[in-house]
Design a protein around this ligand. Structure first.
Ligand code: ADP
Ligand code: MG
Length: 380
């Protein structure tokens, strides 16, 4: 592993030497740690399977979470992803800058870069040296933070070296050390694949203001069953680390055929459950195990449609850390459930089908922060 300490001002030759060095290593499937306007990132050639496998080995245990990539501009992004109108306006108005735009990927990236749902997060870093490296390499690099999974984001190389086990460190070929970086927030991650803005992680830049707790945290107008599955996946991805601390509950409210089970399929798929989640209408409750490295537990899929008494299910007993619970026809026993939510300290997301017409569904997800005040229900 080589560590290149950057001086405040580099001469043209010195700069070129750094770029050449990094490009050579990346071209040979190596890993390079580099500074950005957020934190230190880690680069691998995003089109090389060998490089990506090495990166995933370095990061370890991040199953289910897609990587993001960095490109020089929108034109380069278009080679690897479908940039729709919504995404285009972000490229035009905000990039380069600390925003990761999620789009549908084309099949040109290595396996492990795109998500299970075939989407990819793309950044254009506001850091000239890195743009030069990408340009010279002629391929996108990964833009994930340089820490191994579940370690803090690195802003200082000495500190990073102390925190990172040797076994992982051995996989790094080059560190471009620009000293202590500004402790900026990470990039704002916005998903545009459903033709609107869904904020997956709020970072330094606010693209969309949530003016009241009554505003949905995610929403979509889906035009096909598949898009509703995708929206379910999006919901699960947004809250993917919640079950590490508390049970995660999705309450689904919508008429028969609204697409509640389609949504559930997306949640299951994001958890890596490949068995098909069917409507549990006739057996009321189904259980599936999931196991994604650090994240393990059960997906409990419940349908209240045919249920007469809430207590008989003893739902409170499965509201435990690790578990994700989806409830179709949630309105039916809401009052009884509130106590179980409170006792289990569950995080509750209420998914409401606002309008349903032929193949179109308008779906909004609300965070229920204050359970005793379930304004979301009265709002409908
Ligand atoms: P629920 O569980 O709410 O009763 P399902 O998910 O079982 O509903 O069924 C929804 C039905 O509607 C399926 O047959 C699906 O093919 C159809 N459908 C058509 N358009 C959509 C859409 N945009 N989203 C979800 N389902 C859709
Ligand atoms: Mg159903």
């Amino acid at each position: 592993m080589k560590r290149l300490k950057l001086k405040q001002k580099l001469t043209k030759q010195e700069r070129e030497a750094v770029v050449d060095n990094a490009v050579k290593i990346l071209g040979n499937n190596g890993l390079v740690i580099y500074p950005t306007e957020t934190c230190y990132g880690i680069a691998a050639d995003a089109t090389s399977q060998e490089a990506i496998d090495k990166l995933l080995k370095y990061k370890s245990r991040r199953e289910g979470k897609p990587l993001s990539i960095a490109v020089t501009d929108e034109k380069m992004a278009q080679k690897y992803a479908v940039i729709n109108e919504v995404a285009h306006s972000i490229y035009e108005n905000y990039l380069p800058g600390p925003i990761t735009v999620v789009s549908k990927s084309k099949k040109t990236l290595a396996k492990g870069v795109s998500s299970e749902f075939n989407t990819v997060g793309i950044r254009v870093p506001d850091y000239e040296l890195i743009l030069e490296i990408i340009k010279k390499l002629g391929k996108p690099i990964t833009a994930t933070s340089a820490n191994i999974s579940y370690n803090p984001r690195p802003y200082n190389i000495d500190k990073y070296l102390k925190e990172t086990p040797r076994k992982h460190m051995k996989l790094i070929d080059l560190i471009i050390d620009a000293g202590e970086l500004q402790p900026n927030d990470p990039s704002t991650v916005v998903d545009t694949t459903l033709n609107n803005l869904n904020i997956m992680r709020q970072g330094r830049i606010t693209l969309k203001k949530q003016t009241s707790q009554k505003d949905p945290v995610l929403q979509a107008r889906t035009n096909s069953p598949q898009e509703t599955v995708d929206f379910g996946g999006l919901n699960m991805l947004k809250f993917i680390d919640v079950p590490l601390e508390k049970p995660l509950v999705f309450l689904l409210s919508g008429e028969l055929g609204a697409g509640k089970t389609q949504f559930s399929k997306g949640v299951a798929r994001q958890l890596g459950i490949d068995r098909i989640v069917k409507s549990p209408t006739y057996n009321i409750m189904s259980e599936y195990d999931y196991d994604q490295g650090h994240r393990q537990g059960k997906l409990i899929h419940v349908d209240f449609w045919k249920l007469d008494t809430y207590e008989i299910l003893r739902l409170g007993e499965v509201m435990t850390v690790g578990n994700v619970i989806i409830i179709e026809w949630a309105d039916k026993f809401l009052d009884q459930m509130l106590e179980d939510f409170d006792n289990s300290n569950s995080k509750v997301i209420h998914v409401v089908y606002k309008s349903v017409a032929r193949d179109k569904r308008s779906i909004k997800s609300y965070e229920m922060n204050d359970l005793s005040n379930s304004h979301v229900f009265s709002e409908k």
